[in-house]
Write a protein of this length. Sequence first.
Length: 517
Amino acid sequence: MAKFVTNKDALIEKKLKLAVKARAELENAHKDQIQTLSNFAAKLAVSSKGQDVALDNLLAKFRQALSKGVSFDDLAPLINTITQSLKNQESVNAENHQKLSTSISDAGRQLQKLKGIPDDTRRKLRNLLDHELNEVNVSYEFLPVFEKLIGIYQKVLAVKTKVKEAHDSTTSQKPELASELLTLANEITFEDDVAKEVIDIKTTLSQSAEVDVLLDCAIAIIQIIANSIARERQSAQGFLVSLNQTLEELHASILSTTNSTKHMSAELSGLNKQIETKIKLLNEQTQKATSISDLKELVDGELKLLRQDLVKREQLEQKDKADLLESFDQINSRINVLETKVNTYKKRLSEQQFKSLLDGLTKLPNRAAFDDRFSQEFHMFEQHDNETTLVVIDVDFFKSINDQYGHSAGDKTLQVIARALKKAIRKSDFIARYGGEEFVLLMPGMALQHAQPPLEKIRNTIKAIPFKFKDKQVQITVSLGATQFKKGDTPLAAFDRADDALYEAKNSGRDRLCIRK
């Protein structure tokens, strides 16, 4: 009889061990799935960075909490706050749009009150203010661009109203206004679909300084910018809405899964206690049994109840597993859709950065941007005979910096020099990285005889920068070669003359400015 009872106990214990093992495997799978969700939520948080400073701080806390493995109960309030912040972002965008729209509208209405505007131009301005402006959504980041354009409109109209009173003064201002508008157009990156239109506008600006032409070009640029930003804003908002929706769905799914797991754990815990109680009672009753028949009847009855409990436990675990799989299948489907959108959006941003004509290291305009601006300025010189100085700047002994201190030190040197050059020049000047350690500077409206003092100041400013590599103080200097556009020049001849002046500065000891007339 004792042996029979022992075998029954061993069978029950074996089933219990198998059930415990199956539950452990299920819990491990559940933990892995929760970890996958957490990792994806962290990536989503990174992808939305940059929308707002406060939102960035919340997302940083969220990522930090995920990395520390904070429980969902502690994480839920932060998720709720982030979700609300994402919703508020749309209101912020709408408010910024309203401010910008009001600013442009007010400036436009003031222009309409002035006399002497051509009928065709007045119709275009009225259409822009009454129709096109109301249909465009714009980003607050482009508010300075629009404010500059409005300022140009005011200058152009001021010139027009003073034509009869001061014709000579007005004539001298027209090329300056055309150059300012051309400079503004060069600061903006346009999409490929309007590239030809923009080129035509730039060509028109370089060929004519008539007031009507300037106003038409300014209105055309603002229309292109507004339409381009509307498309970009729509794309950004769509991405933000998708991100917000996915975070809410993840929040709801995790919450549902957590609640379901808690409920299932409670049920399974109750079953375990019930099974343990029955096993304990069975042991007690077997000790009291007085005959084999009584013992058999007792064991058969209790084992039947235990089997029912184990079957119920197995059913609960299978249901839990099936619910989890169904939930994660739905979430994975949403994740795949959103990942496609994220990749598309990142690709678009990457393409825009590629088209931006900025040098990746120094953040100055690159060689292609310089070639375009150089051509425009030379054309302006040919049309209006305005004085323009061209300067080529080269970092002295740059190769030795790379050789002695490494390329990272060389890169840092170029970045510091680029920032110094950008601060040292006038707003109307144009500085670009031509290649390697060489920079080029265009100074419209600057005669060569007047360019020497500001160029010497630039040279001394670079020389005074306190560079330090590997705890060693190092003085960096630059050599400059300058010339001025002159009649009979070609762009290549002017550049070669500035380049020859640079080589003269290099060959005569470096750290100096040489001029070629």
